[in-house]
Each structure stands twice: as C-alpha cells, then as structure tokens.
Design a protein around this ligand. Sequence first.
Ligand SMILES: Nc1ncnc2c1ncn2[C@@H]1O[C@H](COP(=O)(O)OP(=O)(O)O)[C@@H](O)[C@H]1O
Ligand SMILES: [Mg+2]
Length: 298
Amino acid sequence: MDACMAFEDVVYHYPDAAGPALNHLTVSVPKGLKTAVLGHNGSGKSTFFLHAVGVLRPQHGRVLLEGAALGYSRKELAALRRSVGLVLQDPEQQLILGTPLEDASFGLRAAGMNEGDIRSRCMEVLEQLGLADLRDQPIHQLSLGQKKRVSLAGVLAMRPELILLDEPTSYLDPLSEVQLLTGLDIARSQGATLVMATHDMNLAYRWADWIIVLDHGACRIAGRPDEIFAAGGTRLPAGLAMPLLADIWYSLPRQYISGRPAPRDSEQMIQRLAELLAENSTPGHSGGNMKSEEEEQD
Ligand SMILES: Nc1ncnc2c1ncn2[C@@H]1O[C@H](COP(=O)(O)OP(=O)(O)O)[C@@H](O)[C@H]1O
Ligand SMILES: [Mg+2]
C-alpha cells in the first residue's frame, strides 16, 4: 500500500513536559484511504497532526509526504500548506474572518488565485457542505456544527491531497455529524486521503478503512479494522472500548463469521444475522440452532 504520509522514528518533547508527546513514532498513512487515529487523551494525536502540517518539527526522525522528507523553509511550508489541510478541533482557533464565504476564501487568496475563481470554488464547497445559505452570515452567530463545517470548507477549498481532522465530530449532534461526514465523502470521492482523530470507536469502525492506535506517543497497532478488532480488545490499549458492532460480531462462534465480511453498520449486521439464522434453521441442519452446531463440530 502506498503511503501518502509517513513518520519515521519521530520524537517530540514539549518544553517543560514530563515525557515525550511523540516517542519514536513510526507510522504511515495509506494513500487514498480513510484512516482513523485512535488513542486516549494525551496519546499524541494532536501532536501527530501538528507535525503533519509542519507546525511542529521533529526533534528526532523525519516526516515524509509522498516519499519526500518535509522541509521547513518558508517556501517549503507554503507548498506543504497547499498539499495538507488540518481541521482543528476547536473552530474558534481556525476561523479568522467574519463570514463563511470570506473565511473559505482566505487560503486561496493567499495562494494568489483570481477573485472569480475564488468565488466559484468557495461557493461550490459551501454548497457541498450545506452552508450556501449562510455564506454571508457573521460566523459568531453560527452553531458549533456550522462552525466546524466552515472550518472544513476552508480546508476543502484548497483541494489538499491529504486532509486531517482533529476530533471533528466531538460535541456535534447527529445531524451535524452526518453533514460533516457527507462533506468528507465528497472530498474522498475527489481523491483526497482522509485522516480523522476520534474518541468515537463506533464512528471509527464504520467510517475508516484503516486504523492507527496511538499510545503514549507511539504506534501501538495499525491495520484494517477487521485485523485490529478480530482479536477483541486484546490488541487495544487498556480502557479503549471495542466498537459495539465489532464486539458483537467477533463474539460469535468462529465458524459462523469466518469467510463473511464483518458488518460495518447496523444494517449489515442485521443482514448477516438474518443469513445466519436462515442457514441454521434449514431442514436437515441438526438442532436448528447455533449452539448445537458448534458442539457438533467440536
Ligand atoms: N502545548 C503543550 N505543552 C506541553 N505539553 C503538551 C502540549 N500539548 C500537548 N502536550 C502534552 O503532549 C502529550 C500529547 O498530547 P496531544 O498530542 O494533545 O494528545 P491527544 O491529542 O491524543 O490528546 C500529552 O501528554 C499532553 O499533555
Ligand atoms: Mg488532541
């Protein structure tokens, strides 16, 4: 799998902090996939993102984008900013100008695009995120969910190849979450690589194609969701909960789940369970329930 971004043995210690925030972190972000970064508070997720956009610089090791080590000159950082976009956890820290349209235009204007193109690009993005009607509304009057989408609009307008989101759905109501995830789907369909840090294991499980688990600033495990969760919670840091659907699925007897793709949402789960029930109640099948077949094969 091609890496969009790779960290090699990266160490970062904040001044005055007791321990390192990134502790010899080696990890890659697969190109073209949706990656969830999981880990407890303080495990290094935000510090990882700040390195990915060049705001922080490794004290040891290096960060690579498309195989080339990041440089930290003004010019190189300006180029990096066009390729990698970060949506901060707190939109108040991200939004600088008065209205969604002005804010979304900021990066393109700084990059020297002409005004007509800026406007059409920004209107397209605001429309995709359901913000077109709010384009001239003062940002301070918007809800948190709307502010988060305006932050995302500013990043999407730049059409970066890699989009990083730091806990984008925290404190969002379900509708705002759907609107935000829909915006991400559009970016994904246009070819962007997406990375989301989240505490929400259920969201990570249904959304991500790839999972990275950080623990004390290092990569505890990385892989496809089925690889990570098939072993139950044993491969996760203590206290990180299993996603509910994975917990149920991988608790079923092995012979029922082997060879079947793990359900990623409740609809798929219902479908798989219905198939299992149908197969196990056909005439001629001994006992007609799961338990007796398991015993038979033992
Ligand atoms: N500005 C800072 N100054 C000192 N320590 C920090 C700072 N930001 C984060 N840290 C510390 O670095 C570690 C990693 O933090 P962070 O990257 O924010 O983790 P996460 O995003 O997973 O919660 C934590 O121990 C945290 O306390
Ligand atoms: Mg954080």
